[in-house]
Design a protein around this ligand. Structure first.
Ligand code: BG6
Length: 369
């Protein structure tokens, strides 16, 4: 049932290219229009949206953080991301022109469900991004976009995360299109780039041997830090979360630019720092800023694991360990840069002798608040 893999998690990591492709399939009509699944909202409702809130927990929250960058960039609608458990208790400002996007693999997470119910009471429109057909969260929402990731057995989420990202991109593009901010051909161009991502993930997966070696090296580390900027920041948070969940190690993700305002004090001789480097194309400025941040940590003795784009020849000299991924447009890059971090956490946990699929203290779906 594990398809020849030692763990469900490794099987699910390997299934990611297919899961992304399945999530994208059939969403783009001949006309170039993106279609969602069950939408009990009119296009006019979507045109009236003046604010988007994304609510989610754990890994799904990190997908929401990535989505914020894409949704604001493509739609020009202000978008906030919030942990579902915090959302309703702070009395958020919601009305019928607010769109609340609830992201949940299981569709049963109580924190997310309660946030959704609160949003509905306040008359907000709710759209669910969910992997489980007919579960509570999509049933109670006004619209649903299902991720077609297939069942995820390992407690730590992997393929669900990448399909949530794909679904979030589709929501952003759909909103941009309905509101007339992007033309059909512009939307189709991004969808084309999205369609290219499964084969890129495949290529990343083919190059995981150095990551496995690195995992054996890092298995005794006291703490591992992760840094990134822009969409690389949630990727850093996700890399750290995976390591906490699976290896029970201290791991923290930071916005690379924030390091100098405090966390850099944590860095000591040999502290492993995983650095997610943005694409050198497009917004090269982001990439250069991260390189400066890498230099800052190296000057304090950090041992750097650098995730960078193939062909970015300038980064090698800042890397004690270099992991390359295929070039991918900035906003879509988390679909590829997350993958080595999943493998790294899985292999470190396995090297430490832990049950990768059933980490202690965690449940696949948490149905209490
Ligand atoms: C946690 C799981 O309890 O719930 C995480 O251990 C998951 O892996 C989070 O990301 C949210 O779950 P869901 O089903 O709402 O996406």
């Amino acid at each position: 049932e594990k398809g020849g893999y030692d763990y469900f998690m490794l099987k699910e990591i390997a299934e990611q290219p297919q899961a992304i492709a399945d999530t994208l399939r059939g969403r783009l009509a001949e006309t170039g229009e993106i279609t969602l699944d069950e939408v009990r909202l009119t296009d006019q409702d979507l045109r009236d949206v003046d604010k988007v809130f994304i609510v989610a927990c754990g890994t799904a929250y990190h997908a929401g953080m990535v989505a914020k960058y894409a949704i604001e960039h493509w739609t020009r609608i202000p978008c906030e991301v919030e942990l579902a458990s915090e959302f309703r208790y702070r009395d958020p400002v919601l009305d019928r022109s607010t769109l609340v996007v609830a992201i949940s693999q299981s569709g049963e997470t109580m924190d997310t469900l309660m946030a959704l119910r609160h949003a509905k009471q306040q008359k907000a429109r709710v759209l669910a991004i969910c992997n489980t057909n007919g579960s509570t969260i999509p049933r109670e929402s006004d619209a649903v976009l299902y991720t077609h990731g297939g069942p995820e057995i390992a407690v730590a989420s992997t393929k669900a995360f990448l399909t949530q990202l794909a679904a979030c991109y589709l929501v952003g593009l759909h909103l941009a299109q309905v509101r007339g901010v992007m033309y059909a051909d512009e939307v189709a161009a991004v969808v084309e780039q999205l369609r290219g991502t499964p084969s890129k993930v495949d290529r990343v997966l083919e190059q995981m041997e150095p990551v496995r070696e690195l995992a054996r090296d890092l298995a005794e580390a006291k703490s591992v830090l992760f840094i990134g900027r822009h969409v690389g920041y949630p990727v850093a948070l996700e890399g750290a979360l995976k390591l906490k969940e699976l290896a029970y190690m201290h791991a923290e993700g930071f916005a690379a630019g924030e390091l100098k305002h405090g966390p850099i004090a944590l860095i000591d001789q040999g502290t492993p720092v995983v650095c997610v480097v943005p694409s050198a194309r497009g917004r090269g400025v982001l990439r250069d800023k991260v390189i400066s941040n890498i230099q800052e940590v190296r000057a304090r003795g950090a041992r750097t694991v650098v995730i960078a784009e193939e062909g970015d020849d300038g980064v090698a000299r800042y890397a004690d360990h270099l992991i390359v991924v295929p070039p991918t447009p900035t906003l879509l890059a988390p679909l590829v840069t997350t993958v080595p971090l999943q493998v790294l956490a899985c292999e470190i946990a396995s090297a430490r002798g832990h049950d990768v699929d059933q980490p202690r203290n965690l449940a696949k779906s948490v149905t209490v608040e």
